[in-house]
Each structure stands twice: as C-alpha cells, then as structure tokens.
Design a protein around this ligand. Structure first.
Ligand code: FES
Length: 176
C-alpha cells in the first residue's frame, strides 16, 4: 500500500509529528492501534480518511481493520464535530506560557468546554498534551493553521476571523 500523499496530511503539520512520535514510541506495532488512534484524534480533533489510511500504512494493518476499530469505539469521531476545530496545547511549556488562560478565554467567549462543540455547532475545542513545537509556546491549531506565541486576546481575534470566514462563505453559497 502506498503512503498517503503528504499533502493530504501536510507532512510539516505539527499534529502529524505527534502521531508519528506515538507510532515510533510503539515501534510501529499493530497492537498499538488504539493508542495511536487516540493520539491522532487528540491532535486533529477527528479521524479523517487520510489519517486512518496513514495509520494503517504505518502500523502495517489493512485500512478496513483500522476503519472498523475507529467506527466501533464511540469515543472516536470520523468527522469534525464543529465547523471549526481549535486544539490548544496544554503541555508543560505551553501551560507556563499561558495556555490555561487561552483555554479559559475560548471557553468563556464561545461557551464551549474542552472536548466539546459549541451549541451552534461552529467551534470544537480540544486540548493536547504536547503538539511538538514547544518553542512556539503557547501553541494551538485552528483547523490546519498553527498559531504560536500569541496572547489569549489575539487568539480570540483569530478564531473570530475564522468563524466569520465560514459565515461569509455560507452566505455566498446561499446567493450563488
Ligand atoms: S508543550 Fe506545547 S508544543 Fe510542547
């Protein structure tokens, strides 16, 4: 089986590095599948087709088996829960640089707790242990964008901008 196109998962994406690290930690052993899927979901917020294919290839498992496991356990999600997904790193380096304040600010502003999606379905919030780029602390991902070294106030501005992008494209779709 060919390795999935790096572009499908963006090979320089720090989230992929986290998944890679876990795979290496378990020496690519197929029986580490659940642990690897947990890490992948924690990093990305959900398990995309490309991510499942990547995990299957790395653990030398059939894609159908990996998909079967991912669909069997209710704690895995194959679709993004909110229109936008924000994962805040709460690893030690990020925490000391204010990750806790960022999480609290997002919780308060969008009324969403970590691990949940806002009532309007617009934003999912997650936390991760270490996104593998501690020099950018406090670090977070907003969909596929990586944001680092920003204050809670700036992070909220970025999220607002993303959410209004989503709103305006929805309006455009209605008018086209
Ligand atoms: S602790 Fe946040 S990137 Fe490492």
């Amino acid at each position: 089986m060919a390795t999935p196109e790096p572009s499908a998962l963006a090979s320089d994406d720090p989230r992929l590095k986290i998944v890679e690290r876990t795979i290496k930690k378990f020496s690519h052993q197929p029986d580490a599948l659940i642990e690897v899927l947990h890490t992948a979901q924690e990093a990305y917020g959900f398990l995309s087709e490309a991510l499942l294919a990547y995990v299957a290839e790395q653990l030398k498992l059939p894609e159908s088996h990996v998909l079967g496991v991912a669909t069997f356990y209710h704690f895995f999600s194959l679709k993004p829960k909110g229109e936008r997904s924000c994962i805040v790193c709460t690893g030690t380096a990020c925490y000391v640089k204010g990750a806790g304040e960022i999480v609290s600010a997002i919780e308060e502003q969008y009324q969403v707790a970590p691990g949940q999606t806002s009532a309007d379905g617009k934003l999912s919030l997650g936390t991760a242990r270490c996104l593998g780029n501690c020099s950018m602390a406090p670090m977070l991902t907003l969909d596929d964008a990586v944001i680092g070294r920003e204050s809670a106030a700036h992070v909220l501005e970025r999220i607002d901008a993303r959410l209004s992008e989503a709103n305006s494209s929805a309006v455009n779709e209605v008018h086209t």
